[in-house]
Write a protein that binds this ligand. Structure first.
Ligand SMILES: C[S@@+](CC[C@H](N)C(=O)[O-])C[C@H]1O[C@@H](n2cnc3c(N)ncnc32)[C@H](O)[C@@H]1O
Length: 334
């Protein structure tokens, strides 16, 4: 049967088996062993320090899935798989995505419980899962934050250039703050995250002198950044009001959210949108759920309508949106 004739259910099943096998192989060191160069099955097993029989089974899956090729007993990475198996993509850390998929699988009972109860389940984001989530975005910030995101909002760039007190709320592993700290030495940056593990990971990275990390938001700022995090936050109205009063009179809030249109027919028309929509369903929208309508996180799936309304209520009268790289929209609010 031609691939296009395989029903979607079975295409998804094939992809799930391939991806799960790839993720396990990555954790077992087999992906790296295969990337080291063509070799026989036993040779690749030895490079990874893995069991030869399990390695042969894994290589068979990789060939069938198209990640590896096979000729005369020797295996190689397929040419078009090199960039993502060696995490060289500009917008996402593909190896972190594999860890993320494995971690997500371990959270299935909590996600089912949250789906039934309509409220967050403690521990969903802890440790391995939260760490894998934020690692996925690190290349995006290294490659696109200055060239696309800040370039799209030159008044904010000028502010950073001149010297500002900047807070990044929901900073994760701190990659974005470090990129900005290095680019704008006249400004000072505090990355804040409610997850102590994230703050610990951020603190372990090598940061410029003008960057620090904390679990507590400073009281005063010129610029508050909230990158790909706001839709995780419960009590969004309270947070926006707090940021409004923390910002100096000429301060600016920049919220980066996924750039959905808000029209389901448009947003679901490409099958690739399953990834973003499933991220919302499986974890983004779960973390901050309270089950109390006034305190629920603001979903980006409505195209920004609820966010704009909440910004207006909090006293941000001037809101301009900019579409930027990697499928994000920056809301610049004053
Ligand atoms: C999806 S991650 C995004 C991290 C980072 N900004 C990035 O784009 O890679 C969301 C982050 O928000 C943090 N978080 C959730 N609720 C928070 C809150 N109320 N205040 C501060 N951080 C919060 C989580 O711990 C997590 O690190």
């Amino acid at each position: 049967m031609a691939e296009s004739q395989v029903p979607a259910f079975f295409q998804d099943l094939i992809s799930w088996y391939a991806f799960e096998s790839l993720a396990v192989g990555h954790r077992a060191g087999l992906v790296e062993a295969l990337l080291a160069g063509p070799g026989g099955s036993g040779e690749i097993a030895a490079r990874a320090g893995a069991d030869p029989r399990a390695t042969a089974n894994w290589l068979a899956v990789m060939v069938a899935a198209g990640y590896a090729t096979h000729a005369a007993g020797r295996f190689s990475v397929a040419d078009d798989a090199v960039s993502f198996l060696s995490a060289q993509l500009p917008g996402v850390d593909s190896l972190a995505l594999l860890d993320f998929a494995l971690a997500l699988g371990t959270r299935t009972p909590q996600i089912v419980e949250a789906t039934r109860a309509g409220a967050a389940v403690p521990g969903l984001f802890a440790c391995d899962f939260g760490a894998a989530v934020v690692r996925t975005s690190a290349p995006m910030y290294r490659n696109m934050l200055l060239r696309s995101w800040i370039a799209a909002i030159p008044t904010v760039g000028a502010r950073l250039e001149a010297g500002a007190r900047v807070v990044d709320v929901g900073c994760g592993d701190g990659t974005a703050v470090r990129v900005l700290g290095a680019a704008y030495p006249a400004s000072s940056f505090v990355g804040v995250d409610s997850d102590p593990d994230a703050v610990a990971v951020a603190n372990r990275g090598v940061s410029p002198d003008n960057v620090s990390f904390s679990g507590v938001e400073p009281d005063v700022a010129d610029v508050i950044l909230v990158f790909d995090s706001f839709h995780h936050f419960s009590r969004p109205g309270e947070l926006l009001a707090r940021w409004r009063s923390a910002l100096r009179e000429d301060g600016v809030l920049v919220v980066a959210e996924p750039s959905w249109s808000g029209e389901l027919d448009v947003d679901s028309s490409d099958r690739g949108s399953v990834i973003g929509l499933a991220c919302t369903f499986l974890y983004c929208d779960v973390e901050g759920r309270t089950g109390e309508p006034d305190l629920e996180p603001i979903s980006p799936l409505d195209g920004g309508r609820a966010l704009r309304a909440a910004l207006a209520v909090a006293g941000f009268d001037d809101v301009v949106a900019h579409e930027v790289a990697n499928g994000y929209r920056l809301y610049v609010a004053r």
